[in-house]
Design a protein around this ligand. Structure first.
Ligand SMILES: Cc1ncc(COP(=O)(O)O)c(C=O)c1O
Length: 272
């Protein structure tokens, strides 16, 4: 683990990331020794820093540190955390604060092998996402909503829980974004009020456009989910995973375009 380029796993309890969740993070796939979608992760991190008024780390330094922590592991996960740093009594951010950056490698998660082929089961979470456009789309460090939602079930058969906002709109999974397919149109929830603008979601939207698949970003309700031809979830590690059962209702995997699945695979194969 590297913190500000130094090998250590210690950070001050006065760090504003610890105190207030005042920071951002990225979770990045390492496949075939390659840092997948690096430019996109870097861009989201920098955009997030700008929105929060945190000085973003220098890209070259970050890349060098990422390469060092990956340490030639062919497959795994790189996590980058950037906090506003130590300082200030109370919430007011100090002017001359020095951001902290944490990078570490962890092994590839133990996903069920047949998730991609057979699809996964998804439930509805009771925990709601708060509506807050000021934080919407950011991958910020305040993840209590997801922690509460993920504590709602222990059944290992359920892979993901779907979270709604307080207006009954389906937003995303606890650790993934949501897509629906209806009459060959790809639909994904509008994230202007809450949710994380996933890197994989962004890539899927772009790839769909190049494949002439219509994409609609809109508010999605339970009725839309029930009427969908197919559902899938996405994140930077899993890519696209089809949903074969949602809240007890079975879904076919057939209408997920194979061209889209292949295009995402290509982007995760270490070639991009
Ligand atoms: C709450 C939430 N939404 C969406 C995503 C998907 O984001 P990405 O595609 O950047 O991995 C994640 C990923 O961890 C997440 O935790």
């Amino acid at each position: 683990m590297l913190i500000n380029g130094v090998q250590t796993d210690r950070i001050s309890v006065l760090d504003r990331g610890v105190q207030y969740g005042d920071g951002l993070f990225e979770t990045i796939a390492i496949i075939d020794g390659h840092i997948c979608l690096w430019e996109r992760h870097l861009q989201r991190l920098c955009d997030g820093c700008e929105r929060l008024g945190i000085v973003a780390p220098a890209p070259e330094k970050l890349f060098a540190e990422a390469t060092a922590v990956i340490n030639n592991h062919p497959k795994g996960v790189l996590k980058i955390i950037v906090t506003r740093g130590v300082g200030g009594r109370g919430y007011r951010p100090p002017i001359d604060v020095q951001p902290n950056r944490v990078l570490y490698y962890s092994p590839w998660p133990d996903y069920p092998e047949d998730a991609w082929l057979k699809g996964i089961s998804m439930r509805i979470c009771a925990t709601r996402l708060g509506i807050n456009p000021a934080l919407a789309q950011l991958k910020h460090l305040n993840r209590l909503e997801q922690v509460l939602a993920r504590s709602e079930w222990t059944d290992p058969v359920i892979f993901e829980g779907l979270m709604f906002d307080s207006n009954e709109h389906a937003i995303e999974g606890t650790m993934s974004n949501l897509f629906l397919i209806k009459d060959a149109v790809l639909i994904t929830p509008d994230l202007s009020r809450c949710g994380v603008a996933g890197i994989m979601r962004g890539l899927i939207i772009e790839l769909a456009a190049t494949l002439n698949i219509s994409v609609v970003i809109k508010d999605v309700g339970l009725d839309d989910l029930k009427a969908a031809d197919a559902l899938f979830i996405s994140n930077s590690l899993i890519g696209i995973v089809p949903v074969s059962a949602f809240s007890g209702q079975p879904y076919s995997l057939d209408s997920i375009p194979s061209a889209l699945l292949n295009a995402v695979d290509d982007h995760m194969s270490g070639r991009y």
